[in-house]
Design a protein around this ligand. Structure first.
Ligand SMILES: NC(=O)c1ccc[n+]([C@@H]2O[C@H](COP(=O)([O-])OP(=O)(O)OC[C@H]3O[C@@H](n4cnc5c(N)ncnc54)[C@H](OP(=O)(O)O)[C@@H]3O)[C@@H](O)[C@H]2O)c1
Length: 325
């Protein structure tokens, strides 16, 4: 098969489509012929040599895919050859075929094309496991999403609105904010021209929001804490601004705040299967009902993976960038 190989750590040009050996499905795995895969920021870090795949995972990048089941391992009961599926991967999506543990496979939600289904596994599993399972965001609460126009953000806006939550977002330009508003965001804040803490306070009668999903990290730590309501929860999933921050613990104590962070890729197989199953139960109905839609900015041929990485690193996109073999 053909796969995108990281020929050396470096810039987008190190990504090259090469002929490689086909993967084989182990007893508890299915082999998927890939229809599409999607880019994630982690792929750009892996390309630079900063985010190695977990032990035993494919060395090729790609954390999610959609496609058709081509073979099943002998302990797999749920899936059969010919099924149209999408899957959460720990690597290997930038290829014509990928083997994946059966517990990380999901059916293509009705109403979504096989290609666009590749846009869901990583964002759905990340947002559901952090904001909903761990931070327990619930109906009637308020929720601030940093990077509202990102792949993660555009999914989180729609899912939170479906759950009856008031959604605040930050983004870096007016076009991105207009898109966030279109898909349901209630309060849209341009972090380049406005102080998001002041705006959150103004919009919540001085209280702050109940939950924050953060992709910036260190530089936002104190300001995120300042933006939280009593019993508020901050969930950090990315460090686009850096990993180091300083914080006054007084606010945490006074308002009983929780600060958490987690990654998806390094979780155990059992843990991932649990999340995937919870996502199918709680997120798939929202997609099936048309309340959560795929947000695809561009389809790029797999052979042009380097161009797709350049696009992601420019941050011009809104939503997901898909790669198509
Ligand atoms: N922990 C996990 O398991 C997990 C899983 C998936 C993703 N993530 C993380 O979630 C984040 C979003 O991922 P994604 O794939 O959705 O990425 P994405 O679509 O590329 O979006 C990232 C967005 O962040 C904003 N941004 C970039 N640098 C920034 C900065 N210094 N300060 C503020 N905003 C900045 C950009 O929009 P603006 O123009 O608005 O700045 C950009 O559109 C990434 O940090 C990623 O690593 C974590």
């Amino acid at each position: 098969m053909k796969a995108v190989v990281i020929t050396a750590p470096g810039g987008p040009e190190v990504l090259q489509l090469q002929q490689v050996d086909d993967p084989k499905a182990q007893d508890d795995e299915v082999l998927i012929r890939v229809e599409a895969t999607a880019l994630n920021r982690a792929d750009t870090l892996q390309r630079k040599g900063l985010h190695p795949p977990p032990k035993g995972s494919s060395q090729y990048p790609g954390l999610e895919c959609s496609g058709t089941v081509e073979a099943v391992g002998k302990s797999v009961t749920r899936w059969k050859v010919g099924d149209q599926v999408c899957a959460l991967l720990s690597g290997g999506g930038y290829a014509e075929k990928v083997a994946v543990p059966a517990g990380q496979v999901l059916p293509v939600p009705p109403g979504v094309t096989l290609k666009d289904a590749a846009s869901f596994p990583e964002v759905a599993c990340t947002v559901w496991s952090t904001v909903f399972m761990m931070s327990r965001l619930s109906a009637g609460e308020t929720f601030l999403i940093h990077g509202g126009s990102s792949g993660i953000g555009t999914f989180a806006i729609q899912m939170a609105k479906y759950q009856g939550v008031k959604v605040f977002v930050t983004a870096g330009n007016e076009e991105k904010l207009a898109y966030c508003k279109d898909i349901g965001a209630d309060v849209c804040i341009n972090y380049k021209t406005e102080d998001f803490v002041a705006r959150v306070k103004e919009e919540t009668g001085g209280k702050g929001v109940d939950v924050i999903l953060d992709n910036v990290g260190g530089p936002y730590l104190q300001r995120n804490i300042d933006s939280l309501n009593v019993d508020g929860r901050l969930f950090v999933i990315g460090f686009m601004g850096g990993t180091v921050g300083q914080v006054n613990l007084g606010g945490l104590l006074a308002r009983r705040l929780t600060v958490q962070a987690a990654g998806l890729r390094n979780r155990s197989l059992e843990n991932k299967a649990h999340i995937v199953s919870d996502v199918e139960k709680n997120v798939w109905p929202a997609i099936t009902a048309g309340k959560v839609k795929p947000v695809v900015y561009k389809y790029v041929p797999l052979s042009e993976a380097a161009e797709a990485h350049k696009l992601m690193e420019s941050s011009e996109h809104i939503g997901k960038i898909l790669l198509v073999p």
